[in-house]
Design a protein around this ligand. Structure first.
Ligand code: PEP
Ligand code: MG
Length: 916
């Protein structure tokens, strides 16, 4: 019987794996196999599968039987393919060992290069081992040999043995200081040789044994370390931030691959390139490289790399070959690729390809262009744009005229677009701390590393002094959708003194010191840094964005409405394509300066008559509010929720306000204070709010429905509303619904029992009918309810008999299902997510396993009682892409979210519809 295969070979134009085996070979391994099969020049090697990693963690860090033999067999094959031998001083095989999970986790795990080096091999490479027998291919300089060896020792000590980087760095610094050397480039062969001796001493001191010289032992330890890196803190933070579910994609593969060298001389080089521009999406390769360097030098941002175009001059043959490879890869993968390459003695090798991370603007442009180029279809294009990232396009940019009034203190690379204003901080920890205190911060670093991830996430934007467009800061910021300026070489950062020096904005070249806490503004689209807080504007949307949205609308089945309480919100939402209002919180209209007095009078009234007087004052204001919403929405559905929050929220708290109100109402301040105190509640979220207010003070709800219906009648009479069609999911798909007239949707909050709804309807329906009679009009209207209390979800079949529609209030439903106060949960939810007790904050994304189950149950029960019951969601989660997709799956008719999230919801809805 054939045992399970754990190791997969690639080389010489053929591979045992292929792209479809990503889950077991990891993204990198699958890519290498696929490229090998395509005929791309890839150094040979083998991949140890993710299943070994899984086995390793499930079996107390042990490997499956037979693995050693499989590795040995593949190593032999590699020796045969390359014509070199592991540990052979005359013709040594050197390998790289790298991790590679099924999902891309750039910079998150570990790499060891030049493995296989030891003193004997070194001697051989230097041509000293056996007299007369210089090594074959690696006819290299002594400097290259010692530099390679110290790099290997450094990575091995760091990654495999966890020896602190600083201890090794100290060795180099001491040698540099002793010899008066500043830059690495000035280090000679003998200097690196001294570093090697120093590193080995550190190793012995730390580990109590000699550095392992047997290449096989080195390899085994490196494999152990890569599998071990799957659970290191950096990788865990990355997975948590990027919502990578370990249950779905567990483990990394290990790729062992023959080394090729970009640092063997001036006809060698290494680089990272995108087949299209990852910032703008322009269909022109974009990349960076360094001659005479090793791969890590480009991404680490230690030397600022050259633009890919310059490679044409440096090595035209390799440049042309590279462009050919780009074309081949794009045609094959039908997506923009991110390619790592090395040129060894003028010969091109491709080390990695993966789908390239890109900004939202690039995502949209590349998707549209690829449809035009016939590479992908519209549905694929819709799937290519990450809904969450659209935020970047809707976010502000700097007002160009305002810029002139601020000092431009530095210029760097436009690494990730957008604008960010914040206080300068110099460490990831401070960034996190200040963010938690409610501050907006800009993280300023010499260069970033994966350790800075949490700080980058907390910051509004990132500024680095070193590093190119493919540096860690740039790649990570783009992925996060954060504004970033990288490689601002004019600034001098002192992380220790918590300050940076920059040009003072004048032409005299004087400098200026910016300290922790000072305000700066970044323009990530231009690569500019300003002193102070520059005003911003919202970005204009491109034609390509409109095209993607058009396709999204073509394929989605869910309707998308907005939560809007003001004319401004309603207008913005319409511009973003909202198909109506899913929630208007009327209490927000009560807080306005000019009406709070009347509202307070309404609340403290002791008799019905007194209250009616106050309500009469409020009525015209409410009617006017609703008129404006109906006018802006021009016949699109408008769902208005009757008053919800506890009454005491509106009452005066300051003595001077109490006195003023008492005077206006002709009562004493003491009396008013008594009333205010009487309204105090211990747990207002579960107190006298929502429909409970309507039951104790029906006249308030009656006033509101009269205002709604009056506004509707007036606007309908003016005839502004007959032309608009709305599209919503009715049974099988999107249909256009032509509104003959305005059809107000009145929503009752916080129902827990059908009797509440019945009781209120018995009082509201007559008021509605009467109002229409006054206007001599007959409009269609609906009265429905929010489902935001678990009891309502459980008894949805009873409630549906009385309700024209349901709308899930998932803020309250989450609060009451979990028993987490929505106002206080912020204090502990983060820890729950960090400790993986919860996968995500349930107030951001609907908890599908609990709250979601209640929703699904309510939909089923509701529609059992009323077949075509119209159901939506209006909690904050309604704009979260995962929640939108969930709502599609459970058959909701629409989602409603804040105006800026409307395009995100439209796109997510389309993705839900076209995703398999
Ligand atoms: C909800 O509870 O989800 C909701 C939309 O209502 P509010 O946030 O106003 O309580
Ligand atoms: Mg609510």
């Amino acid at each position: 019987m054939k045992t399970k295969q754990y190791v997969f070979f690639f080389g010489d134009g053929k591979a045992e794996g292929e792209a479809s085996m990503k889950e077991i070979l990891g993204g990198k391994g699958a890519g290498l196999a696929e490229m090998t099969n395509l005929g791309v020049p890839v150094p040979a090697g083998f991949t140890i599968s993710t299943e070994v990693c899984k086995y390793f963690y499930e079996n107390g860090e042990k490997y499956p039987t037979g693995l050693d033999e499989e590795i040995e067999k593949n190593l032999k094959e590699l020796e045969k393919t390359t014509g070199k031998k592991f540990g052979d001083p005359k013709n040594p095989l050197l390998v790289s060992v790298r991790s590679g999970a099924a999902v891309s986790m750039p910079g998150m795990m570990d790499t060891i290069l030049n493995l296989g080096l030891n003193e004997e091999v070194i001697e051989g490479m230097l041509g000293k081992g056996s007299p007369g027998e210089a090594t074959t291919r690696v006819a290299c300089t002594a400097r290259f040999v010692w530099d390679s060896y110290r790099r290997f020792l450094q990575m091995f000590c760091n990654v495999v043995e966890n020896i602190e980087h600083e201890k090794l760095e100290q060795v180099i610094n001491e040698i540099k200081a002793k010899k008066g050397i500043k830059e690495d480039t000035a280090m000679k062969a003998e200097d690196w040789q001294e570093v090697v001796v120093g590193y080995k001493k550190v190793y012995k001191l730390e580990k109590g044994r000699e550095f392992p010289s047997d290449p096989k032992e080195q390899l085994q330890k490196a494999i152990d370390a890569v599998f071990g890196s799957w659970q290191n803190p950096r990788a865990n933070v990355y997975r948590a931030l990027n919502k990578i579910d370990e249950k779905k994609v567990f483990g990394t593969a290990v790729n062992v691959q023959a080394m090729v060298f970009g640092n063997m001389g001036d006809d060698c080089g290494t680089g990272v390139a995108f087949t299209r521009n990852p910032s703008t999406g322009e269909n022109k390769p974009y990349g960076e490289y360094l001659m005479n360097a090793q791969g890590e030098d480009v991404v680490a941002g230690i030397r600022t790399p050259k633009h890919l175009d310059a490679l044409k001059e440096d090595n035209e043959k390799a440049y042309k070959q590279l462009l050919g490879v780009f074309e081949l890869l794009e045609k094959h993968y039908k997506d923009m690729q991110d390619v790592e390459f090395t040129i060894e003695n003028g010969k091109l090798f491709v080390l990695q390809t993966r789908s390239g991370k890109r900004t939202a603007a690039a995502m949209v442009k590349v998707a549209c262009d690829m449809v035009k180029e016939g590479l992908i279809d519209e549905k694929t294009a819709v799937l290519r744009v990450e809904a969450d990232k659209l935020d970047q396009l809707l976010h502000p940019t700097l007002q160009s005229r305002a810029k002139a009034n601020f000092k431009l203190i530095a210029k760097g690379l436009p690494a990730s677009p957008g604008a960010a204003v914040g206080k300068v901080v110099f460490s990831a920890e401070v960034a996190v701390e200040w963010k938690e205190k409610g501050e907006k911060v800009i993280l300023v670093r010499q260069e970033t590393s994966p350790e800075d991830l949490a700080g980058m996430n907390a910051a509004q934007g990132i500024l680095t002094a070193r590093g190119g467009m493919t540096s860690h800061a740039a790649v990570v910021a783009r992925g996060m959708g954060k504004c970033c300026v990288s490689g601002a070489e004019g600034i001098i950062v002192s992380e220790a003194n918590k300050e940076f020096r920059a040009n003072d904005g004048s032409t005299r070249g004087s400098t200026l010191t910016i300290k922790e806490g000072d305000l700066i503004t970044l323009d990530g689209s231009m690569g500019e840094v300003f002193l102070g807080s520059v005003p911003t504007t919202v970005a204009g949307l491109s034609d390509d964005f409109e095209t993607i949205m058009k396709w999204a609308d073509k394929y989605r089945k869910l309707g998308v409405r907005t939560n809007a309480d003001t004319p401004k919100d309603a207008k913005t939402a319409r511009e973003f394509g909202a198909e109506g209002i899913g929630l208007c919180r009327t209490e927000h209209m009560f807080f306005a300066e000019d009406r709070i007095f009347a509202v307070r009078q309404m609340i403290v009234a002791e008799t019905l008559e007194q209250r009616e007087i106050a309500l009469k004052k409020i009525f015209p204001m409410q009617k006017d509010d609703f008129r404006q919403l109906f006018e802006i929405m021009r016949g699109l559905p408008v769902k208005i929720r009757l008053l919800d929050p506890p009454l005491h929220e509106f009452l005066p708290k300051e003595q001077k306000d109490i006195e003023a109100l008492a005077k206006e109402m002709n009562i004493t301040a003491e009396k008013l204070k008594e009333v205010v105190e009487g309204l105090h509640e211990f747990n207002p979220m579960m107190g006298h709010r929502g429909c409970r207010l309507g039951i104790t003070y029906p006249e308030i709800f009656v006033m509101q429905v009269r205002a709604i219906m009056s506004a509707a009648c007036e606007v309908a009479k003016e005839g502004a509303t007959t032309r608009v069609a709305r599209t919503e999911n009715v049974g099988t798909g999107l249909v256009s619904v032509r509104e003959k007239s305005i059809k107000p949707e009145i929503m009752i909050p916080l129902i827990c029992d059908v009797e509440e709804l019945k009781w209120l309807k018995a009082r509201l329906v007559p008021a509605i009918e009467e109002t229409m009679k006054e206007y001599k009009m007959k409009l269609d209207y609906e009265i429905g309810t929010m489902i935001e209390i678990p009891r309502a979800a459980v008894t949805a079949d009873e409630i549906a008999v009385e309700a024209d529609f349901f709308s899930f209030g998932t803020n309250d439903l989450t609060q009451m299902t979990f028993g987490f106060s929505r106002d206080d949960a912020g204090k502990f939810i983060k820890e729950y997510v960090k400790q993986k007790i919860l996968k995500d904050d349930p107030f951001k994304s609907v908890d599908q396993g609990g709250v979601g189950k209640l929703m699904e149950m309510a939909v089923k029960l509701g529609r059992k009682a009323k077949k075509n019951l119209h159901v939506g969601i209006c909690g904050e989660q309604g704009g979260d892409p995962e929640t939108v997709k969930f709502c599609h799956r459970i058959g909701l008719n629409y989602v409603s979210c804040s105006p800026y999230r409307v395009p995100i919801a439209r796109l997510a809805a389309a993705q839900a519809a076209v995703e398999k």
